[in-house]
Design a protein around this ligand. Structure first.
Ligand SMILES: [Zn+2]
Length: 214
């Protein structure tokens, strides 16, 4: 059974209060974002699925995972996707000391850039947890905070529920979140395929990350 709407779609007042955050695609195209990778058991399959459909995605990787799995990160880039920063070690960023916050937001950026060889511009806080201090640290490090307008719930492990959520709440400018991690590994592939199909049925386009965040 699916949860209440606000679990998947951030409430409008929250989006209005934090206007500096990117909540929706800035073009009339859907953005697919995939958090938490790279993951040994799922990244390759995800790349195959996206490749078969000609879809490009934004992968928010953690520096920890990227350092451990450099090759998949390079493969993500080679296949024309974009890499974003999802912190160093996937901590909740609220209430951290300045020193730890710097590691999670700034040092992670440099560590990922050392692997990708190109600037990292977009940051997504783990668990979507932020406060004004976190947002300032993101902006000061010349990254842009990207949240989402549609959480797929893939990590809850029920493919049918995820499909229902996408069918109910997908818009032409949605930023959808999936997960490249152990919790989602049995649902993400089929969920990605059904999302691409639902977007086609609704005549929505899935955009390239750079055009969705320009
Ligand atoms: Zn995450």
């Amino acid at each position: 059974m699916i949860r209440p709407k606000y679990y998947y779609v951030p409430p409008a007042p929250l989006r209005k209060i934090f206007r500096s955050i990117i909540w929706n695609s800035t073009s009339d195209n859907i953005l697919i974002s995939i958090d938490d990778g790279p993951c040994e058991s799922s990244t390759t399959k995800i790349l195959e699925t996206l490749g078969d459909s000609g879809v490009k995605a934004l992968f928010f990787v953690t520096a920890d995972a990227a350092i451990k799995n450099r090759l998949p990160v390079k493969e993500i880039i080679k296949q024309g996707h974009l890499i974003g920063n999802h912190s160093f070690s996937h901590k909740k960023l609220r209430f951290l000391s300045g020193h730890v916050l710097k590691k999670e937001i700034v040092d992670s950026k440099s560590a990922i850039e050392d692997i990708t060889g190109s600037p990292v511009v977009y940051f997504r806080p783990p668990y979507g947890a932020f406060d004004p201090f976190v947002l300032k640290a993101i902006t000061d490090s010349r990254q842009k905070c990207v949240m989402w307008s549609l959480l797929s719930g893939d990590y809850l492990g029920n493919r049918k529920d995820t499909e229902k959520v996408i069918r109910n709440y997908l818009n032409s400018d949605s930023i959808i979140v999936y997960h490249d991690n152990l919790k989602s590994k049995n649902t993400i592939i089929e969920s990605l395929k059904s999302t691409i199909q639902i977007a086609n049925e609704k005549d929505y386009k899935i955009g390239e990350p750079s055009e969705c965040l320009s």
